[in-house]
Design a binder for this molecule. Sequence first.
Ligand code: MG
Length: 441
Amino acid sequence: MTIMNRRDLLKTAAISLPLIPVAAAEEIQKSSNGLPPLTIQDAKVIATSAGGHYRWVFLKIVTSEAGLYGIGSAADVFQDMAVIADLEDHLKPWLIGKDPDRIEDLWQSAQFRTYWRNGPINNNVLSAMDMALWDIKGKRANMPIYQMLGGKAHDAVAVYDHQQGTTKEECLDALQKSLANGFTHVRIQLGGYGGGGFTPQGEGNRAEGGYQGPAFDEEQYVDTIPPLFEYLRAKAGFGPKLLHDVHSHMTGMNAVELARRLEPCQMYFVEDILPPEQLSYYRNIREICTTPQAVGEIFTHPLEVVPLVKDRLIDFIRNRIAATGGITPVRKLTALCEICGVKTAFQEGADNDPVNQLAAYHIDLSSSAFGIQEENHFPPIVHDMFPGMAEIRKGYLYDSGKPGLGVEIDEDLARKNPLGPMRNGGAYGTGRTIDGTVWYP
Ligand code: MG
């Protein structure tokens, strides 16, 4: 709905105006180009599934202006029931009646509301509120969010493709396929995450009566992955931008050695070579090689990023917007990246949703720190459920051109596709080494 439509509605529809003192209401109207003051009248949790790992939770914030609402993503596939309860029982009663125009004020006060701050669920909840508030502000201004963040810093948002193969030949075929589809940046995995470092199920020297599943071996991974990329460079040249996700599988000097051995392959970046528990080793990597480092997929606290960025120990931040509290905190981290010469490569793919995808997109499009965004290849039902969702064409992501985030949710279709039963409580799998020690998944 456009501003013109809403203004027409204001003239004709019965609108419940918020209870704001006349002088304050006049001040608000002056500072908002004549638009009336608003209050939040409702906050509706929308939980839906597009199948498989697409278990999504959204918040729809409804304002006192007829037809004006915003949507935000609180998706957390591993703990979605906790996020739903938090939104319904804790955020919603606090949020109703507040002024949706005051995004920064609401973000700060919502954060302090729980006294204990940060962590995935708190930040999923903050994110849903924050994205919905930016969506409302954009619709009210009749502008896409990137315009309110400073306008386009590039023509579009480049995205990298994700490919994998079980052999180096399959990886080369997959790379060629992505290049043929117009992608210039391709992330390549040898099988799944950690692939190339596993001793297969039941093989190897196991302890009596011990663990028999696939067993991760750091040194094996360090020996396997660099030759894969040497092969890809030999066959495809140095034109394609190649990426690889270590998925936090390395520790200490093995991470340093892997980065060093990959240096001749001129990677675009190596992702999460260390787990968030071992970030100090980024300094060792920096001292020994130039392999660019992308970090932060499982960060939730902005302070996890800040030391790495300010000391220029990494090259890309990789946070998921919905896990970090929304557009408001991530645009600040992005500004720090601009100052420090670090780039952004926000995490998408996996279980991410079209609303979170667009939140990342608007930050990317408006920042000179933008490097690359991860792709999403959604199934057809998602395109029906989210009218106006972003589209990838020849390696670039484009928004719908509509105000706010630019995407809507078909609530009828969402209702017809509820969250199904969880397997194992929604848990992520457990990685182990050959002697049965728990390892980074
Ligand atoms: Mg990753």
